[in-house]
Design a binder for this molecule. Sequence first.
Ligand SMILES: [Zn+2]
Length: 312
Amino acid sequence: MLYFTVSRSARVSPGTVCDSRSSGTVADYCKGVGTNMTSLVTLACILCACVLVRSEVTVIDLTHTLGPRSEGYPGNPKLNFTNIRRGEGYLGIWQEMNWFSVAEHIGTHFDAPRHFCVDAWKAHEIPIQRLVGPAVVINLTAEAASNIDFGVTNETLIAWENDNVPIPDKAFLFFEFGWARRYPNWHRMFNPRQRGRVQEIHYPGLAHSAVEWLVANRNVHAVGVDTPSPDLGVSKTFIVHRMLCENEVVILENVANLDQMPPYGAMAYGGAVKLRDGSGGPVRLFATVDNSAGVFSFSAVLLTLIICFHLA
Ligand SMILES: [Zn+2]
């Protein structure tokens, strides 16, 4: 530890000794090593820096590709994608441009609070700070596999917290039901007896008690599901949408790749389209997982100590 301090405070150059701030012991040491110490300390610093730089962040794409096959709630038109130019254009330079129009609520998309609340934020009014937050993923795939109408309750949330961590402030709270594997197969997503019959659709979601507990006890930025809606498919009240919108919570629907996420520890980012007066729209949703925190800092300290002992 002493030598580590020396390497940072004493300015050693070829043929010189440590400056006057060095203690006697340190100065004596420096006189002896001269150029070699400079090189080795530099090497140590480079190695430590390399270890720190190697800290890797994994980026997970939580977005289904937006295209002609994108699906949404009954009543939404399919995406229109029209080519405007493809080939050599001005000055013989190859160029491509397209035009597309898309329903707000198809594919992986966000619901602005305005979607169900008349005085709430429209898409362009959502503060950008609300589109970032620590990600929590509650895996309910097994429950949904055995009960297509499975409803998350307040007890589900409390039990998850007891087994994991408290849902953090400003969280993006995701519920994984295993529905991403069904997307974009409309029949497997909505499970109706007849296509377009809203009265007959089935998929898992949140029960009233879950959203009631959530808005009363936690402060989340967003609630996301891999299904078409956080409300149960059989819901006739849309109570989850209404309560979340009343509390300015952004809703994320048809979320992809939640099976690649850790239960907590990631950061989520919702690049929601800033559509004036929109009630929602496409979102490029992704998350980052920092694999290095702590481990690499420890490695850097350890490496420094090893090199300094080698110098001694
Ligand atoms: Zn929606």
